[in-house]
Write a protein that binds this ligand. Structure first.
Ligand SMILES: Cc1cc2nc3c(=O)[nH]c(=O)nc-3n(C[C@H](O)[C@H](O)[C@H](O)COP(=O)(O)O)c2cc1C
Length: 281
């Protein structure tokens, strides 16, 4: 457990929540027609669900990455194998041939679970092998707590000349929200026609009050891995309620003090409690 905790905190914090705002896209018309592929790795089928939703939403072809030596152990065994491979900096394991020819596609939606803070080994192995220059890569991932931002930063380092969008990520515990969120993601990125409310920027970071402390505890109390102690918060009006960005005092992979950002949604809907949506380390 300790080893796993160290591994999942390996990621660095890359995105700040104070005043971050993507350009509002109230209306969008689809880009010119391009040939799209949704390519993914999924060990326990969560990322596969997102892949299928995306493929249907953008009428893309669908294929999966299959390692020659499958990761078919338990969660703990997979964590152990993943960590060992990362520590030894082992060459990525072999991937079976795809059913599609990637060269034929302009846009590749590239999906993976987060493993030890970054894209799962088989997905990374595929990414390292293929020349994606001239294509648009749209990463998507599923995770226990977070990892989209860090994993995308790693992909960009590995392929600096490839156009890699910010991508979409969702906690596996919230997978039932994926269809709605994907729709919004596609509209905001000008991929699908439609309208979404402009995103309101987060306010300034400030001290938490007791109510906000209660919101953090209600959203994160059940999460089995430590998310740190909230020390600051900022908030903004969200689609159906309020969104909070808690800055927490946490620890990095080496056990040194570090800060993380934990995002929580509080819905206006009756009977829906505060929901932790992601952590950015
Ligand atoms: C080896 C391993 C390492 C993981 N590391 C992380 C992690 O660092 N951060 C995280 O939020 N979730 C982590 N998870 C949880 C997975 O990202 C999450 O369960 C994901 O939705 C699984 O996707 P899949 O069903 O498509 O395989 C890890 C899971 C495994 C098996």
């Amino acid at each position: 457990m300790k080893k796993f905790l160290m591994a999942i905190t390996v990621a660095l914090s890359l995105v700040g929540c104070g005043n971050q705002q993507k350009p509002a896209a109230e209306k969008s018309s689809p880009r010119h027609s391009t040939k799209s592929l949704v390519l993914y790795y999924s060990q326990t089928h969560t990322t596969e669900k997102v892949a299928k939703l995306l493929a249907e939403a953008v009428s893309a072809d669908l294929d999966s990455i299959v390692p020659v030596e499958p990761y078919n152990g338990t969660f703990e065994e997979t964590v152990e194998r993943c960590k060992n491979e990362m520590e030894r900096d082992e060459k990525p394991q072999l991937i079976k041939s795809l059913n599609v020819d990637v060269a034929e596609y302009d846009t590749v939606y590239f999906g993976y679970p987060i493993w030890c803070g970054v894209a799962a080994r088989p997905a990374e192995a595929w990414f390292m092998r293929f020349d994606l220059r001239g294509k648009t890569v749209i990463p998507f991932c599923t995770f226990g707590s977070g990892g989209l931002e860090t994993s995308v930063a790693v992909l960009r380092k590995m392929a600096s000349s490839v156009n890699i969008l910010d991508g979409y990520g969702i906690r596996s515990a919230r997978i039932d929200k994926a269809a709605e969120e994907i729709d919004e993601f596609l509209i905001r990125n000008g991929i699908k026609e439609g309208e979404v409310a402009p995103e309101v920027p987060f306010g300034d970071k400030r001290e938490l009050n007791d109510e906000e402390k209660g919101i953090f505890d209600a959203a994160c109390g059940d999460y089995p891995f430590p998310l740190g102690t909230p020390v600051k918060v900022s908030s903004r009006v969200a689609k159906n309620g309020m969104e909070y960005c808690f800055v927490t005092d946490s620890k990095d992979a080496k056990g040194n003090p570090a800060q993380a950002e934990v995002y929580v949604i509080v819905s206006n809907e009756a009977g829906v409690g505060p929901e932790f949506t992601k952590v950015v380390r």
